[in-house]
Design a protein. Structure first.
Length: 184
């Protein structure tokens, strides 16, 4: 029975980590589309005509995706928690998470929410710069393929500088990596 309890304590944080990538991708696309669409339809210029102060307009546009990320992230956290417990109960795995594991789960969820807020702000800022969501998606996919996959596998000492390792360390409160020496 102890084995099953330990599995439940490890299953939920790993599911949160895995699905946090989907959340972060959705939040950056939402943040980018919020600002890029307004620039593309030229409604931002109209708003600046009636509100000439640039700083409040910029802050409202950048902070809106961060605020939208909060309920989206909380909904994902609750869905993961309820879904995982329902699946484990259905398979006969008994309740086995102690108060320490619940506290870790709460901290992981809080870190995911804060990270989603930061990614939403970054997405809105990228919307101002790129002005189109398709460009953002191409750049994200290109970065994942070129840097996170190919370049890091060729130059392993770059692992500590990748976005993937930083997201892993933020969500799971630390990470490790291994660099193999070149023995040619």
């Amino acid at each position: 029975m102890v084995r099953h309890a330990a599995q439940r304590g490890r299953a939920v944080p790993q599911l949160i980590y895995g699905l946090s990538w989907v959340l972060l991708f959705a939040v950056v696309v939402i943040g980018c589309s919020a600002t890029a669409k307004e620039i593309g339809q030229r409604t931002l210029g109209t708003w600046l005509t009636f509100e000439p102060r640039r700083r409040p307009v910029f802050l409202s546009k950048v902070l809106a995706p961060a605020l939208w990320a909060v309920p989206l992230a909380l909904l994902l956290m609750v869905g993961i928690l309820v879904g995982t417990i329902a699946v484990l109960e259905g398979n006969g795995v008994p309740e086995g998470m102690n108060s320490g594991e619940w506290a870790d789960l709460a901290w992981i969820s809080l870190r995911v929410v804060l990270l989603a807020m930061a990614v939403g702000v970054a997405g809105a800022a990228l919307g101002f710069v790129l002005r189109h969501v398709a460009i953002l998606i191409v750049l994200l996919v290109g970065y994942v393929i070129a840097v996170e996959s190919i370049l890091v596998s060729l130059v392993q000492s770059l692992q500590s500088w990748t976005v993937g390792k930083h997201v892993t360390s933020r969500v799971l409160d630390g990470t490790t990596w291994q660099v193999w020496p070149n023995e040619w």
